[in-house]
Ligand binder design. Structure first.
Ligand code: UGA
Length: 248
């Protein structure tokens, strides 16, 4: 089953480190299309190179600069990724492949998280909207849903700000591609507050937070983590000689 992975990224000292780790994991599985969306005025040669040097078989490279005044990281880039998914599906001329794409699943992978390749097994189980734990997220060992083992239904969430409409981190859900092929597609709202980002997005699927599919063994297994790559460097803009000699 095809998995479309949308990864926003931006220029910083740890960018190649994070992208290398990200691409290495998602290149381990067949039928993955990686959509990298740079937060920049142009696509950069650096990200193009990291993509070319990776063993990813299917990838798209796009860009959109975050609009002035908007603080939600990655929203406009994820939306650009959603338009890319539509483009890939609607322009596919091979009927069988197009059908396979139409039954695909989408995942929004922040470029600085770590991923166990088994996240792809969970993604491929998603029928509508599915969720799994995210390690070291929201000041917790893991943010996750609680499941009634008898009914297999979600009964609650153990997460930062549990009063959120959907207390789920971006890395903690995947959804069927049909949500992006309809008109209008489900989109992120770049005006959403940080605490409402995922909820504003997920409520458009019309799946309640209790009807989301609990995956990863009833949300008991962690296959993705927030990392915060190197606290000394994370998010720092590169020094002025950054591109000169070292391809760090
Ligand atoms: C947390 C959540 O994990 C994110 O999913 C959420 O978007 C974010 O909060 C938020 O709403 O503020 P956090 O670690 O704070 O994540 O954010 P980052 O991982 O630094 O950024 C999320 C994504 O946006 C990354 O893929 C990053 O490369 C991208 N980003 C970040 C940009 O494209 N531009 C930026 O200026 C910053």
């Amino acid at each position: 089953r095809w998995v479309f992975v949308v990864a926003p990224t931006y220029r910083r000292v740890t960018q190649r480190l994070d992208l290398t780790r990200l691409f290495n994991t998602f290149a381990l599985s067949a039928n993955v299309h990686m959509i990298v969306v740079e937060d920049s005025v142009n696509r950069t040669a650096k990200v193009e190179r990291v993509l070319n040097e990776s063993t990813l078989l299917h990838w798209s490279h796009r860009h959109v600069k975050t609009s002035a005044g908007l603080h939600v990281k990655g929203s406009e880039q994820r939306n650009e990724g959603i338009w890319a998914i539509r483009h890939i599906v609607f322009n596919e001329t091979d009927a069988d492949l197009r059908k396979a794409y139409e039954d695909g699943v989408a995942y929004f992978a922040d470029d600085d998280n770590a991923y166990d390749v088994r996240i792809l097994d969970e993604l491929r189980k998603v029928r509508n909207v599915g969720t799994w734990p995210v390690g070291l997220s929201g000041q917790r060992i893991a943010e996750r849903c609680e499941v009634n083992a008898t009914t297999g239904k979600i009964t609650g969430y153990s997460a930062w700000n549990e009063l959120r409409a959907y207390p789920i981190d971006t890395a903690g859900f995947g959804l069927h591609v049909r949500h992006f092929l309809q008109d209008p597609p489900v989109l992120f709202n770049p005006q959403s507050k940080t605490c409402g980002l995922e909820g504003d997005f997920l409520k458009q699927t019309n799946v309640s937070k209790y009807d989301i599919e609990p995956l990863a063994d009833n949300c008991t297994k962690v296959y993705t983590w927030h990392v915060g790559t190197d606290i000394k460097w994370a998010g720092k803009r590169p020094p002025s000689d950054f591109d000169a000699e070292f391809d760090i």
